[in-house]
Every structure is written in structure tokens, then in C-alpha cells.
Design a protein around this ligand. Structure first.
Ligand code: HEC
Ligand code: HEC
Length: 289
């Protein structure tokens, strides 16, 4: 307790009143707080009160005071997400409304379509074609410029929309006959035509009989020169790209009892703007024509 009757203790050295506290002869001067410090202190108090009023601040039994602005991080996030969705929705609408060629001409829209296509590809296509779209046995590589059914934007779009040998009425379709299984060719004919097919890509000569079997049975789909035909999805047999393998045994197997690759139709499964984005993405991979 400070005794009010006690005379003021003035420090002899500085002439300033002391607080009266005394530690083994060391006394404390009673200097006022600096002016600048006080002003900042008052400003902080006012700021704090203002903050309590507008922002969520004090805990209450049921949660916290909400503040007059009703601000929350959840709300802020929701607003930002709504803005993104609105932007996306706007782009998606444009993708839906515009032709593939027009989308390609609009750089911003095109970038949006490629990015959207990439995401949709991972979800829907990577299981068969691989994440990088490099394919595998029976599943075509979509990065190269070798196309079974065509590499123009419109071709790819048609392939995606209707599929290949799919359940859709307008599916791309064709069947290579089972020359061996159905007894159309004898096994020695199949062996010689397989040699002939191999000679198309290796450049090494083959027997004339193989060439004759080819002209009669295969050229109608794979072309006189073996370059394939996109109307039938018949692969080019003269290049180094093989769907089902490049050994003689692989080719004999295909001629005996061919596989008929199935690519699903996406029309009923994905909205049209997604199919368009996918076509644009696949086209952008490097092999697009
Ligand atoms: C169930 C497996 C499977 C799924 C899933 C699949 N594909 Fe395919 N896709 C195939 C097969 C098999 C072929 C080859 C068809 C053939 O032999 O003609 C093919 C062919 C294609 C072709 C034609 C290639 C060419 O050379 O003409 C394109 C383009 C394509 N797929 C894109 C896609 C896209 C994009 C998706 C996802 C929306 C997708 N595929 C999903 C199996 C699949
Ligand atoms: C009716 C059209 C048609 C005829 C005729 C035909 N093919 Fe095919 N061939 C195809 C199609 C379509 C494919 C691709 C199958 C697929 O995509 O699953 C194919 C695939 C192949 C392949 C596999 C190519 C690869 O990349 O792995 C070989 C090899 C082949 N044919 C050889 C022949 C030979 C040899 C003959 C004649 C004896 C023949 N084809 C007759 C349509 C035909």
C-alpha cells in the first residue's frame, strides 16, 4: 500500500519522481509512457473493438460471435469456387455451341478444351490407352500419326462418339474374315501371305504365291500396296506400327482367327462438350492431322 501522506520521493540525480519501489537501494523512476507509444496503444484498442464488431471474434457457448459482416473462410472459399464454376460453365457452354474448327481457332477456348480433355482422358480412356495415350497390344497409340480410322478432328470425334464395333447403331465397323478358322485359306497359303505381309515392311522379297493370295483376299481392305484403308479401319501393313504384333506367328494368328478391337461408344456416357474436348485433346497429342 502506498501511503498518501508519505512525501514524494524525488530522485536527486534526474529530478524525476520515483515509484517508491526500492530494491536494495535501486529505485524505479516514474516516467510517463512516451506519447507515440500511447497513441499506438489507443489506436490498437480502437482497432480491436472495431474488429470485434465486424469480424467473428469472441467464443460463445454455442460457437462464436459472427460479426456484422458475417465473414467466414468457408464463405470466401464458396464465393471463389462459384466464380471458377461460372467461368468453366461459360467455357463449357461455348465448347458445346461451337464447331470443332471454331474452338480450334480461339486460343483461350482451345486451351480450356485441351485441359478438360486431358482430365477426362485420365478418367475414361487411360485404362485402355494408357495414361500417356501410348496404347499397348490391341490398343492403338494415340500420340503417333498412324490412324486406323483417321486423325482429323472430325474423324477422332466420330470415333469417340460412336465407337468402333461398339453397341451404337452408327458405330465404325468392319470385320476381317477368319481366313483359317472358316476354311477360306489353307495353312500353307496363310504362311505364305504372312511372309508377304512381313516383306511389305521389311522390304525383303517374298514368294509370288504370297503376293497372289494377298491380292485376292486382303487388298480389298488393306489396299493393293498394303497401306491400309481408313474406311474399314484396316491398318497400314507397311509400317513398323503393329496393333497385334510383328512376328510371323502374330500375323498367322491374325489371319487364322482375327481379333476385332472394340472401342466403346461415348455418346450416351459423356456429355457432348466432353466428347469434343476429348477429341481436341487427342488431336493435340501430336499425331493430329
Ligand atoms: C475398353 C477399352 C477402351 C477404352 C475405355 C477406350 N478405348 Fe479407344 N480404342 C480401343 C480400341 C480397342 C481401339 C481400336 C479399335 C480398332 O481396332 O479399330 C480404340 C481406338 C481408339 C481411337 C482410334 C484410333 C485410330 O487409330 O483411329 C481413338 C481416337 C480412341 N480410341 C480414343 C479413345 C478415347 C478418347 C477414349 C476415352 C473417352 C477411349 N478411346 C477409350 C479401346 C478403348
Ligand atoms: C474386310 C476387310 C479386311 C480384309 C479382307 C482383311 N483384313 Fe486384315 N484387318 C482388317 C481390320 C479391320 C484389321 C484391324 C482389326 C482391329 O482393329 O482389331 C485388320 C488387321 C490385320 C492385321 C493386324 C495388323 C496389326 O497392326 O497388328 C494383319 C496382319 C492383317 N489384318 C492381315 C490381313 C491379311 C493377310 C489379309 C488377307 C488374307 C487380311 N488382313 C484381310 C480388315 C481386313
Amino acid at each position: 500500500m502506498v501511503d498518501p501522506n508519505k512525501p514524494k520521493d524525488i530522485d536527486a540525480h534526474s529530478g524525476v519522481e520515483t515509484t517508491g519501489h526500492d530494491w536494495d537501494g535501486i529505485k524505479e523512476l516514474n516516467n510517463p509512457a512516451p506519447r507515440w507509444w500511447l497513441w499506438i496503444f489507443y489506436a490498437c484498442c480502437i482497432w480491436a473493438v472495431g474488429y470485434w464488431v465486424v469480424y467473428p471474434a469472441w467464443p460463445t457457448l454455442s460457437g462464436n460471435t459472427a460479426g456484422v459482416w458475417q465473414w467466414t473462410q468457408y464463405k470466401k472459399l464458396a464465393e471463389e469456387q462459384a466464380e471458377i464454376t461460372a467461368r468453366r460453365g461459360e467455357f463449357a457452354k461455348q465448347v458445346k455451341a461451337q464447331s470443332l474448327a471454331d474452338i480450334k481457332k480461339n486460343p483461350e477456348l482451345y486451351a480450356f478444351a485441351v485441359a478438360g480433355g486431358k482430365a477426362a482422358f485420365k478418367e475414361n480412356c487411360a485404362a485402355c490407352h494408357g495414361t500417356g495415350a501410348a496404347g499397348g497390344p490391341g490398343y492403338p497409340n494415340l500420340n503417333d500419326d498412324d490412324w486406323l480410322w483417321g486423325g482429323k478432328l472430325e474423324d477422332i470425334y466420330t470415333t469417340l462418339k460412336y465407337g468402333v464395333r461398339s453397341t451404337h447403331d452408327e458405330t465404325r465397323t468392319s470385320q476381317m474374315p477368319a481366313f483359317g478358322k472358316d476354311g477360306i485359306l489353307k495353312s500353307d497359303e496363310i504362311a505364305s501371305v504372312a511372309d508377304y505381309v512381313l516383306s511389305l515392311s521389311s522390304g525383303k522379297g517374298a514368294s509370288e504365291s504370297g503376293g497372289a493370295v494377298y491380292s485376292q483376299n486382303c487388298a480389298s481392305c488393306h489396299g493393293d500396296n498394303g497401306k491400309g484403308n481408313r474406311d474399314f479401319g484396316a491398318p497400314n501393313l507397311t509400317d513398323a506400327i503393329w496393333l497385334y504384333g510383328n512376328t510371323k506367328a502374330d500375323i498367322v494368328a491374325q489371319v487364322n482367327n482375327p481379333r476385332h478391337g472394340v472401342m466403346p461408344t461415348w455418346e450416351a456416357r459423356l456429355p457432348d462438350e466432353t466428347v469434343k474436348q476429348l477429341a481436341i485433346y487427342v488431336h493435340s497429342l501430336g499425331g493430329g492431322e
